[in-house]
Design a protein around this ligand. Structure first.
Ligand code: PLP
Length: 369
């Protein structure tokens, strides 16, 4: 007999998610660029809508997020009955894993994929299977080669976090076409609004196929990360399975109201998008200018830039991260995700983004003497 409760072995195997830092011990924060948040905050209309419902906080929220689903359905031209809202898209990722996989099953995702997929797979006792990337980018052939008879779910973030890389609509469709119809293809489009050109956000695929779940969030371009609102679109059979295991009141009333107002404020979304693309390209250019020191900006389709540093020598990622922190700039050093050469920098306001670039420039100048 054990002398204490025993964690299930698959839970014991989870490396807990390490969130981006929000505070510094000894100095004021100049720029928090660690979690890909909207640097302008939520739309003022969303703030007003959330404030207006605070007085009714003694009442449970609408368990079905009905008005929000209807607003999403109208915006995207899809069926409200096939939308499920979640406590962030994080919850929806867990619902996909929980509804479709368990012990003995496999869940596939890419090497430098979103950290929550690993936790979601292990949490339900499924076996995580990692497909190798090519230069931080999803390799569709490697994903398809990782599929076995036991595969139940494939997760893909496109654009991907933490790399910012994207695969084309044709590649997304080729990946889907190569999966058996009993495998759930969960396409996580948390950064869809930042993608340019021809792009498959999963909605058209999910309408046409019974094994596709398109995942979205209000945490990134909509600036509502604190409210924890995500949504998924899929055919009824998939959505129904996810509903069975979700928390009954999983989206707060403030989040539902704020999200509806945020959807309507298209100017705010467009302003964020234009700013992000402009300053993302600027930051990538600044990093490319430090190429002699071995820095490389991985081409990004999202609201952040992944910076790769030389493996050793004075200009390395750990030292650069320390220098950024010294200057009050919190980026995401990815040693926690087995990427010790990489730092992810979210696009902030102009001043914040310039401060991050200046700090990196000064670090490189100091380290190369
Ligand atoms: C941020 C992010 C999410 C989750 O966001 P929520 O805040 O839980 O909605 C999901 N997938 C990816 C790839 C992300 O980067």
């Amino acid at each position: 007999m054990n002398s204490a409760p025993q964690m299930k072995p698959w839970i014991d195997a989870i490396h807990a998610y390490v969130p981006g830092k929000a505070k510094l011990d000894a100095r004021p924060v100049v720029a928090k660029l660690s979690s890909n948040e909207n640097p302008f905050g939520p739309s003022p209309h969303a703030v007003a809508a959330m404030t207006a419902v605070l007085g009714a906080s003694h009442l449970y929220p609408d368990p079905a997020s009905t008005a929000l689903r209807e607003a999403l359905a109208a915006l995207h031209g899809i069926e409200a009955g096939r939308i499920i809202c979640g406590t962030g898209s994080d919850e929806l990722i867990h619902l996909v894993a929980g509804a479709f996989a368990g012990p003995g099953d496999e869940i596939v995702y890419v090497r430098h994929g979103f950290a929550v997929y690993d936790i979601a797979a292990r949490r339900v006792g499924a076996t995580p299977v990692v497909a190798d990337d090519v230069d931080y980018t999803c390799d569709v052939d490697a994903v398809l080669a990782a599929v076995t008879d036991r595969t139940r779910v494939v997760f893909l973030a496109n654009p991907n976090n933490p790399t910012g890389t994207i695969i084309s609509a044709a590649e997304v469709r080729r990946l889907h076409a190569g999966l058996r119809p009993d495998i759930v293809f969960a396409l996580d489009a948390a950064y869809a609004e930042f993608a340019e050109g021809e792009y498959e956000d999963g909605i058209a695929l999910a309408r046409a196929h019974a094994n596709v779940v398109a995942l979205r969030t209000f945490s990134k371009i909509y600036g509502l990360a604190a409210q924890r609102i995500g949504w998924a679109y899929a055919q009824e059979s998939l959505v129904g399975a996810m509903h069975r295991i979700r928390a009954p009141f999983n989206v707060p009333a403030t989040g539902q109201a704020g999200a509806i107002a945020a959807l309507a404020d298209t100017d705010w979304v467009e302003k964020t998008r234009a700013h992000t693309l402009q300053w993302r390209n600027w930051l990538a250019g600044e990093i490319t200018a430090l190429g002699n020191a071995g820095l490389r900006a991985i081409p990004s389709a999202a609201n952040f830039v992944l910076v790769e540093f030389p493996e050793d020598g004075p200009v390395n990622a750990a030292a650069a991260n320390a220098a950024l922190l010294e200057d009050g700039i919190i980026a995401r050093y990815l040693a926690v995700q087995a990427m010790p050469r990489c730092i992810r920098i979210s696009i902030g306001t102009e001043a914040e983004t310039r401060a991050a670039a200046a700090s990196l420039r000064a670090f490189v100048a100091g380290a190369t003497g």
